[in-house]
Design a protein around this ligand. Structure first.
Ligand code: C2E
Ligand code: CA
Ligand code: CA
Length: 633
């Protein structure tokens, strides 16, 4: 009879053993929920063992002393309430994203547990033994089942309340787990000899395991380290403590190049190599916190964090064994000092890891960087407002034709209308932010609309100018629907596409080069013309100029200025002269930018440069002033 009675418990124990075996195969995070889960598995196993023991003691009451039988039952009943309590705490922790409970809340949560404990110690118990089965009842048992039920119901309620920290699958798994437990317990209630609650319990643990704790989402298999999800969990948990918290980020700065040249596998391999190195050298848990960034936490002094960063930097640079040359930059963030909560920490982290202006290889988060980030956030806010409220206006800078001796075109340059405590914000500063935040497409459309509208309204402009040059940002130039958007705008305003010349910088290649080429081909067929902007500042210009047909090439000021003025250098002059000759050799029409003095203008005109643009002629000015300039010329 003993054997028959415990077959379900044995099956349940086997399920727990399988879960445990699978669980220890992968590394795990040190979170409260992880700890709760381990306790849950342990308690469930204990519960099953006590269950089996009670079947034995109850069926062998002739040889087992009564106090031992009772004790076993007390332990068994206690393990039931302990499991229910742990399960509830576990679900609660997950739903609060690891945020700890306050004292009052904790006491409230333990009330059913304490009540149960009271009944277990002071209640009485009776046993039912027959040929078909055994079970116990009485005040030790019934109130505890009710309390366990309360915990299960609370877990169920948590899973039903809307909450961003639990996804749909996780909610369903909680609901499923509780329902299984209820169903099996109900069966046991009506057929007391079927001791099914144990197997219900292990199935509930199994469903939790599948949706939360098998750690698939916590692990980044491509790079063999903890994932971004895990990073967020640990960050939240760390904020619950008061310990020092340094976040050290190792960003692979040439990740996208590795990806595009050698393929995605190579990119992952490179990151995996860095992750392994960090693990080996620091013995910390490593997270892939961003696509190309690996991070780890250190609860140490500032000096220790700095030492670790410097040491890691040396290791990663000195190591010659990697076939892929990975470039890394390390940032060290004292989170306790600079970020009050995880959200602020993420914001600062993505700022510091994406900033390209640092000259040092190991960067420490400081007030200055925090200030820069605040400025950027403010600009972002202004950009959002400006995008929604028509807050941009166009300035125009005339372009002089040396052959005709008049202004024959102009460049449209965007300005933000709003003034703020930040003072004048140059497009050089806000355009990259607009690109990052995906606002550039709306802004780009607004630029073309304003220019087209100006061309339609002003007879002076349409009669005196051949075309207006409009800047396209890299993202815009390689966006797949650019041709349709531009064509629509031009058609709506009734101007000829040939009245717009689109300026593209070499950074355009940051987007998709194929898209860029397709766009240029499509737009050229419709009548638009193109300029290569900022020639001489990037490394891909030279190659690009042969791949894509440009109507104009704009030589950047940085190639022109060093050849003139007090500090003029002979070399710079020769370089400028050969660049002009080289461009002429491939029949490119040239615009010289940043022409500030008569000397520059004369020199460039003599060299045969067709078009000149710069403060010598005029600064960029608003519409009305620009029309005046044209009328006077
Ligand atoms: P860019 O395309 O190279 O534009 C020329 C910049 O040089 C303009 O700066 C212009 O004001 C300035 N400049 C022209 N002549 C002189 C000169 O003689 N001396 C000096 N010191 N500067 C001169 P701005 O308007 O501040 O624009 C900066 C950059 O912002 C532009 O550089 C362009 O890359 C971007 N940008 C401006 N407007 C737009 C726009 O509508 N869309 C996009 N995507 N980018 C824009
Ligand atoms: Ca330009
Ligand atoms: Ca330029």
């Amino acid at each position: 009879m003993f054997g028959v009675n415990i077959r379900f418990q044995i099956a349940a124990l086997l399920i727990l053993a399988m879960i445990t075996a699978d669980y220890i195969k992968t590394p795990h995070l040190k979170l409260i929920s992880t700890r709760s889960f381990k306790i849950l598995v342990g308690l469930s196993a204990a519960n099953l063992c006590f269950d089996i023991s009670t079947v034995y003691t109850i069926t062998h009451m002739d040889i087992v002393p009564e106090w031992l039988n009772k004790l076993m039952h007390q332990m068994f009943i206690f393990s039931i309430i302990a499991v229910a309590f742990t399960y509830f705490i576990y679900v609660l922790m997950l739903s609060r994203n690891q945020k700890r409970l306050e004292k009052g809340q904790l006491i409230l949560c333990t009330l059913p547990l304490l009540t149960s404990l009271f009944f277990i110690i002071f209640g009485d118990i009776d046993y039912y033994v027959s040929d078909v089965g055994v079970y116990s009842y009485g005040m030790i048992v019934a109130p505890v089942y009710i309390c366990a039920l309360i915990y299960a119901l609370l877990a169920l309620i948590i899973s039903l309340i809307k909450n961003d920290d639990l996804n749909k699958a996780q909610r369903i798994s909680i609901q499923l787990g509780v329902c299984i437990l209820f169903a099996f317990t109900l069966i046991q209630l009506f057929f007391p000899t079927l001791l099914l609650s144990g197997i219900g319990l292990s199935l509930m643990v199994l469903s939790v395991y599948f949706s939360f704790e098998n750690q698939r989402e916590n692990f980044d298999t491509e790079v063999s380290c903890f994932s971004r999800v895990a990073f967020h969990r640990v960050m939240s948990e760390n904020y619950e403590t008061k310990k020092p918290m340094f976040l050290i980020n190792v960003t692979c700065t040439n990740y996208s190049e590795i990806n595009s040249i050698f393929g995605h596998d190579a990119g992952h391999k490179a990151l995996a190599y860095v992750a392994e190195k960090i693990k080996k050298e620091t013995r910390q848990s490593v997270f892939r916190s961003q696509t190309s960034t690996l991070s780890f936490f250190m609860s140490a002094s500032e000096a220790a964090a700095a030492d670790t960063a410097a040491y890691l930097d040396r290791c990663l640079w000195e190591d010659k064994s990697s076939q892929l040359k990975v470039n890394v930059r390390i940032s060290v963030m004292d989170l306790r000092k600079y970020a009050e909560n995880p959200d602020e920490a993420y914001g600062l982290m993505s700022f510091i890891t994406s900033e390209k202006t640092f000259s040092e290889n190991v960067v420490f988060l400081n007030e200055e960087i925090v200030g820069r980030k605040k400025r950027r956030d403010k600009i972002e806010q202004l950009l959002i407002e400006a995008t929604e409220s028509n807050g941009f206006e166009m300035y125009y800078q005339p372009i002089y034709s040396t052959r005709h001796g008049t202004y024959h075109s102009c460049e449209a340059l965007i300005r933000m209308k709003a003034t703020s405590e930040l003072g004048y914000i140059s497009p050089e500063e806000f355009i990259p932010i607009a690109e990052q935040k995906g606002l550039i497409f709306k802004i780009g459309d607004c630029v073309v609309e304003q220019v087209a509208d100006f061309a339609r309204r002003s007879r002076t402009v349409s009669e005196k100018l051949e075309y207006i040059e409009v800047n396209l940002s890299g993202l815009q130039a390689s966006s797949p629907d650019l041709d349709k958007r531009l064509e629509n705008i031009v058609r709506q305003h009734g101007i000829a596409p040939s009245f717009l010349n689109l300026e593209i910088t070499e950074t355009a290649v940051i987007g998709s080069e194929t898209n860029l080429k397709n766009n240029i081909t499509a737009l050229r067929q419709k009548g638009f013309s193109f300029s290569m902007d900022d020639f001489g500042t990037g490394y891909s210009n030279l190659a690009q100029i042969t791949k894509i047909h440009y109507d104009l090439v704009k030589i950047d000021k940085s190639l022109i200025w060093p050849a003139f003025g007090e500090n003029a250098s002979e070399k710079a002059e020769r370089l400028l002269s050969s660049v002009i000759n080289m461009l002429k050799a491939i029949d490119a029409k040239i615009v010289a930018e940043g022409v500030e003095t008569e000397e520059m203008a004369t020199y460039l005109a003599d060299k045969g440069v067709e078009y000149l643009q710069g403060y010598y002629f005029s600064k960029p000015v608003p519409e009305a002033a620009f029309v005046e300039i044209l009328e006077k010329a």
